[in-house]
Design a binder for this molecule. Structure first.
Ligand SMILES: NC(=O)c1ccc[n+]([C@@H]2O[C@H](COP(=O)([O-])OP(=O)(O)OC[C@H]3O[C@@H](n4cnc5c(N)ncnc54)[C@H](O)[C@@H]3O)[C@@H](O)[C@H]2O)c1
Length: 367
């Protein structure tokens, strides 16, 4: 293990005076993820004003009607208005346009092709970058204080592109990063520990007492197959994970990490897309911004140190991303992250460079 990195000084972001109280949330893309996100926001009462936009206007319209029904049982604070935007609006005071979505306080982008069975997230880049360009053209100009949350895959690369093309400061354009991967890893660790307890110590299933909240283990880097699980700093109830018999062997760590990263393929095989987990995560990100929680979450962020957009723990507040907290890593973890950074650059290269001037963007390039 390298010498521990000193703990970062957590400063408030310039101008974070809590003057910002976001109420309007726009969700672009009302497929499986966008709709589940709208539902999660209503259930958690984190977005009183919701605007939905989808190229398929009829779908967005139907989702609004359905969401209205859901909110009617949840009290007035859960949703004061829910509308959908149309490219060619009818003339009425209640009709919204994509430009109205650009004026929201928080803009969630969940439009784009999802993975087909067996398809990697990186393979979606060519089509989804065209969709993002189309959306940014339609919703611009974007409110200068807006926070944009990228969900569309490959999320790190789409975040880099949105930072480049949206005109917003990079700390206001974030991606969902590896929060979902981190949640999946913690669940996989819990299951492995419980399984071990049942086998080795004879506990019945309902007696093994591990819960996710006592497990601290993070995933960084890629939201995808090249993700890096930080075993060396993982703890359960304050004890190093590697001190548990179930995790002493490197092979067990590798197997658990692999099965956790592959979970998405299992979900896609059985129900075509994953939506509920990411939806609750997006609602949590919105709540973190709206309540200025300054919580640490592994989000997609541009890192000067690595010169790419990748998932790292960051402090998230009402102003977007503040400090990046570079985690401690052993040599194996650092090598895996470096490998991902090289792969990330190679995938981006035909399309854009994160720091290149606006406009250098080769649409014709194919993966
Ligand atoms: N970041 C994560 O952790 C995470 C998790 C799950 C899914 N995703 C990604 O989210 C994206 C959406 O997934 P999904 O399952 O909801 O897909 P989906 O096919 O159900 O929905 C996509 C929606 O985007 C809309 N759309 C396409 N082009 C558009 C455009 N130009 N303007 C506006 N809307 C447009 C479609 O009409 C459709 O309604 C995918 O890229 C998927 O890989 C990310």
């Amino acid at each position: 293990m390298k010498t521990p990195t000193p703990a970062p000084k957590i400063k408030s972001t310039p101008g974070s005076t809590l003057a910002f109280s976001p109420t309007k949330v726009a969700i672009i893309g009302t497929g499986a993820v966008g709709t589940a996100t709208a539902f999660a926001c209503i259930m958690r009462k984190v977005a009183p004003e919701l605007m939905l936009y989808d190229i398929n206007t009829s779908r967005a319209h139907g989702q609004v009607l359905d969401l209205e029904d859901a909110s009617s049982f949840l009290g007035s604070s859960s949703l004061s208005s829910c509308s959908y935007a149309q490219d060619t609006p009818r003339f009425s005071s209640t009709t919204k346009t994509p430009q109205d979505c650009g004026q929201a306080d928080i803009i969630v982008v969940a439009a784009g092709n999802p993975q087909a069975p067996g398809e990697s997230r990186d393979n979606l880049l060519y089509h989804n970058q065209l969709i993002l360009k189309d959306i940014l053209t339609k919703i611009s100009p974007i409110k200068p204080t807006a926070i944009m949350i990228m969900v569309t895959n490959p999320v790190n690369l789409m975040t880099a592109l949105a930072q480049k093309l949206s005109g917003l400061p990079p700390n206001q354009v974030i991606g969902t990063g590896t929060i979902l991967d981190t949640a999946r890893l913690r669940t996989a660790i819990k299951k492995a520990l419980q399984h071990h307890q049942q086998l080795e110590e004879g506990y019945a299933e309902n007696e093994s007492g591990f819960i996710e909240s006592s497990i601290h283990a993070n995933v960084i880097g890629d939201h995808g197959d090249k993700q890096v699980a930080l075993w060396s700093t993982a703890t359960v109830g304050g004890y190093p994970l590697t001190s548990f018999n179930a995790f002493k062997l490197l092979n067990t760590q590798i197997e658990v990490a692999k099965s956790s990263a592959a979970k998405v393929y299992e979900i896609i095989e059985h129900k075509t897309a994953s939506s509920f987990g990411i939806a609750v995560i997006i609602a949590e990100i919105i709540d973190t911004i709206a309540s200025n929680k300054k919580a640490v979450l592994p989000l997609s962020v541009y890192s000067k140190r690595y010169d790419v957009c990748l998932a790292l723990p960051v402090v998230l507040s009402a102003n977007g991303i503040g400090t990046i907290i570079y985690p401690q890593m052993n040599e194996r973890e650092q090598a895996a992250l470096d490998e991902y950074v090289r792969a990330n650059r190679a995938i981006c290269a035909p399309f854009f460079h994160p720091r290149g001037p606006k406009g250098i963007f080769q649409e014709e390039a194919r993966l």
